[in-house]
Ligand binder design. Structure first.
Ligand SMILES: [Fe+2]
Length: 442
């Protein structure tokens, strides 16, 4: 296998579109008239632009882009270049380095990570069981709302209790199941993933069970109001018009309305449906809250919601791999997300999250199967491809903290992260074969 890895999802898209020419990354503040914007710095379409490709003709356009983006990508063949733009590969390397440094520095100041009570291997069976149950529950809730029935949150609360217990024993078992991605089951898996990611994040932040349960139930049901959005808007493949986007925004209010009619739901749980689309700089919806006007549960759920959405496959697009998503979100911190919370989120899921395809310094390739929250660059990895590019018959797990016999150097280190899409490797399948993941379609 050729060891050339394209980390940048944008590069891939541009290659597909045969415009690999001179695409450069530039800060929005450095944009000038005459430059040709070929892409924004975010894949989701929560901007008032129908197209992300445009020739900058006036300052008004720049002001509008500034509101939503930190960087943009310019095509220097179609428009002006600037000395302040950087080639995308170089920009990617820089941000990778900065993210690793920041997270490792922040870890030195952070309290030691919570110790797990039981081993991953012991918890995974229970985690799968509750995951299957939760999927059933959320499917029923969604279908009840679609049919206009009243909703009971008792079943949802029961599965959230079970998930909380699982996460209190070992947060990685359920966390690894967030790797289950299926475009056919996006809505239900997204609801579960947001719930699990919120719970593990809350646990990482040291929350007590009572708060975790409130956070969890709000997260599991955060998008139920989408069932009241017309299908042609909800499932539209492509950019929404301004009118459609206004309709879509209402799902936050609808979710909160539905939940407020149910009994025994802690009031604070409503913060999640209401605020998961609010953004730190005030550009979110429905209220355009800014900074600390957004509650902590709201901020947590906004990070988690974006992370799962951009790493998921949808009918009309393939998600980014998790490491790539973290890099992009790290760049958006301070604008979209509370900066410290964003850093803590990365510590919790790991710089190389579960399921990351890692190219090692030995030229072997492996899949991350366990996060090391003390040594964030040294997770456990399942070796799947040897140094000659051949698949191992019986993949073995290695621990990247292991040193060579003389104790001086590490035996393996991660050199690069491989995009499974460009290499046609499916980490999910390997993890299913290993018995870690299960077939979520069944
Ligand atoms: Fe939402």
């Amino acid at each position: 296998m050729e060891k050339t890895f394209y980390l940048e999802y944008i590069i891939n898209e541009l290659i597909e579109e045969e415009v690999i020419i001179m695409i450069k990354k530039i800060e929005v503040s450095k944009l000038k008239r005459g430059m040709f914007v070929s892409k924004f710095d975010r894949p989701w379409i929560e901007t008032p632009f129908l197209f992300s490709r445009m020739l900058i003709k006036d300052d008004h356009q720049i002001e509008k882009i500034k509101k939503y983006c930190i960087h943009v990508y310019i095509d220097t063949e179609k428009g002006l270049d600037s000395e302040e733009s950087i080639h995308i590969a170089e920009a990617d390397k820089k941000i990778e380095h900065e993210m690793k440094e920041t997270i490792q520095e922040a870890l030195k100041r952070a309290p030691p990570p919570v110790e797990e009570k039981v081993k991953f291997e012991e918890e995974i069976k229970e985690a799968k069981k509750v995951h299957v149950e939760t999927k059933e529950v959320i499917k029923n809730v969604l279908s009840d709302i679609r049919m206009g029935k009243s909703v009971s949150t008792n079943d949802a609360k029961k599965v959230v209790d079970d998930m909380t217990e699982s996460i209190m024993r070992n947060r990685d078992a359920l966390l690894c199941l967030t790797q289950l991605k299926s475009k056919d089951e996006y809505t239900s898996l997204h609801s579960i993933n947001v719930c699990v990611l919120c719970l593990t994040f809350g646990r990482h932040m040291g929350y007590q069970k009572i708060d975790l349960k409130t956070l969890g139930v709000g997260a599991l049901l955060h998008d139920i109001g989408k069932m009241k959005i017309p299908n042609e808007v909800l499932n539209k493949a492509g950019a929404l018009t301004n009118e459609e986007f206004e309709i879509m925004k209402k799902h936050t209010i609808y979710s909160a309305e539905i939940l407020s009619k149910t009994h025994d739901l802690p009031q604070r749980a409503l913060e999640i449906p209401l605020q998961h689309h609010e953004r730190y700089n005030g550009t979110g919806y429905p209220k355009g809250l800014k900074g600390d006007e957004i509650g902590v549960f709201g901020m947590i759920s906004s990070i988690v919601d974006v992370y799962d959405a951009i790493t998921s496959n949808r009918v009309y697009h393939t998600g980014m791999h998790a490491h790539e998503a973290l890099k992009r979100m790290y760049e958006w911190r301070g604008k979209d997300f509370h900066p410290t919370l964003m850093e803590r989120f990365i510590q919790n899921v790991g710089i190389y999250p579960f399921g990351t395809l890692a190219g090692l310094t030995t030229s072997q390739i492996g899949i991350v199967i366990s996060i090391n929250r003390l040594h964030v660059l040294r997770p456990k990895v399942l070796l799947i491809i040897d140094e000659k590019g051949k698949l191992y018959g019986d993949p073995q797990a290695i621990d990247l903290t292991e040193k060579s016999p003389d104790g001086k150097n590490y035996k393996w280190s991660i050199e690069n992260v491989i995009d499974p899409v460009t290499c046609h490797i499916d980490p999910q399948q390997f993890l299913k074969n290993k018995g870690i993941l299960y077939d979520s379609g069944k």
